[in-house]
Ligand binder design. Structure first.
Ligand code: COA
Length: 381
């Protein structure tokens, strides 16, 4: 590890803020400028022109694909959409009330049993595993939602891209082009974010040369926390609890007076607008407009205005994704698994990068306990 600004060599930084704990070319966040780049490309350009599949190629390969390379990756992903029958059978045994992010974590851990090459961490084998994982996350999340509702999972449609296929497997009908494109851009926006908590987790596990399933399972665990990927669900719970536009001001003021954190605001790196929020705000507005009900968008804007005024904080990626997904009819507890459906591309990219130039990640802890104590036998304590 090398140290940046607020962490002089040999000292510890709370929460590792400002510490470079890995070298990576995959993505970079400029918190002052509110800039995010993937392999050198600005997120705004990728959101405008690219697709999730193209971004997956970019994250794994350091360059945008040629038409032929993109086609090959799309075909490999589509050929891997289907999950093993044994896994579907296992998922049917899970409790109906299980949280979908926990179902995903457990299913991914179990998926390893059905891959005889799981332990091969060579680049060639790992790319195949990355394709399988990226292709099967949506199938698992959609199947888990159908199973808990007492419905049969819908087989993936290899004619559809990842975004459209997920919405199809979830709803049982093909999505509109508009919904599919918005969802595709949401996947582009969430794909990678430098050394966030779950990506760091994935790299730490991969750094022991444990296999990709182990690293990704651990990453899902890190993502599930309310301070990370769990924030989006809590944003929507808050909006539903507030209920009406005229209740926003009293609710937020009371929450702030009670020193409660407002989910979807603040960021460990961004000190200005999160560039992903710019797109998601617009999707939320469009979803309200096309559905003929802008209530959730209007309430979100009001919350944003108050938090900016009272705390000087900006919305992060989770804030407007909540109302966007809600207006697309997606169940609240699938928001974090959807984050994972996208972030698997970044996690696997980082794991590939870690394997390619591996060093065990083993920092030190600053010892704050006592020393030189005399051992007292148990019957004398
Ligand atoms: N609502 C209200 N106050 C907030 C806040 C929020 N969402 N985020 C930060 N703050 C305040 C803290 O209370 C603290 O105030 P204090 O100095 O008076 O105690 C100050 O801002 C610094 O917060 P801290 O949590 O130490 O900053 P951080 O850089 O570690 O936090 C987050 C980053 C993301 C963990 C934090 O902003 C947060 O918890 N946000 C809500 C959860 C969320 O949206 N997570 C998704 C991140 S993409």
């Amino acid at each position: 590890m090398t140290n940046k600004a607020n962490a002089p060599a040999g000292t510890s930084a709370a929460g590792l803020r400002g510490v470079f704990a890995a070298s990576s070319s995959i993505s970079d966040v400029n918190g002052e400028k509110g800039e995010l780049i993937y392999q050198g490309y600005n997120i705004h350009d990728l959101a405008k022109h690219s697709s999730f599949e193209e971004v997956i190629f970019l994250l794994w390969n350091k360059n945008l694909p040629t038409a032929n390379e993109l086609l090959q990756l799309e075909q490999s992903l589509k050929a891997s959409y289907q999950i093993p029958g044994e896994l579907s059978a296992l998922m049917k045994q899970f409790p109906r009330e299980a949280d979908p992010i926990d179902v995903l974590r457990t299913a991914i851990s179990a998926l390893e049993f059905y891959d005889s090459n799981a332990r091969d961490v060579s680049r060639e084998a790992s790319v195949k595993t990355a394709i399988r994982l990226t292709a099967q996350f949506p199938t698992i999340v959609a199947a888990s939602d159908r199973i808990r509702r007492g419905l049969d999972p819908i087989s993936p449609d290899p004619g559809l891209n990842i975004a459209a296929n997920f919405l199809y497997m979830l709803r049982g009908e093909k999505p509109s082009e508009r919904d599919a494109r918005i969802f595709d851009i949401c996947l582009v926006l969430h794909a990678d974010h430098e050394l966030n908590a779950s990506t760091f987790t994935a790299r730490v596990v991969a750094g022991t040369l444990a296999d990709m399933y182990a690293a990704v399972t651990a990453a899902i665990g890190a993502l599930s926390g309310p301070l990370h990927g769990g924030a989006n669900t809590n944003v929507m719970k808050m909006l539903l609890e507030i209920g009406e536009l005229d209740q926003v001001e009293p609710y937020i003021k009371k929450a702030l007076a009670e020193k409660r954190k407002i989910m979807g605001f603040g960021h460990a790196v961004y000190k200005t607008e999160d560039p992903r929020a710019t797109h998601l705000r617009e999707f939320s507005r469009q979803a309200g407009e096309s559905g003929g009900d802008s209530k959730w968008y209007d309430m979100s804007r009001k919350v944003e205005e108050i938090i900016k005024r009272e705390k000087g904080l900006y919305p992060n990626v989770d804030f407007f994704s909540a109302s966007t997904y809600y207006m697309m009819g997606i169940p609240l507890d699938l928001y974090t698994p959807i984050f994972a459906i996208s972030r698997i591309s970044g996690w696997t990219g980082h794991i590939l990068e870690q394997y390619a130039d591996n060093k065990l990640i083993r920092p030190r802890a600053e010892y704050i306990g006592q020393r030189d104590l005399a051992y007292v036998p148990i019957d004398q304590r």
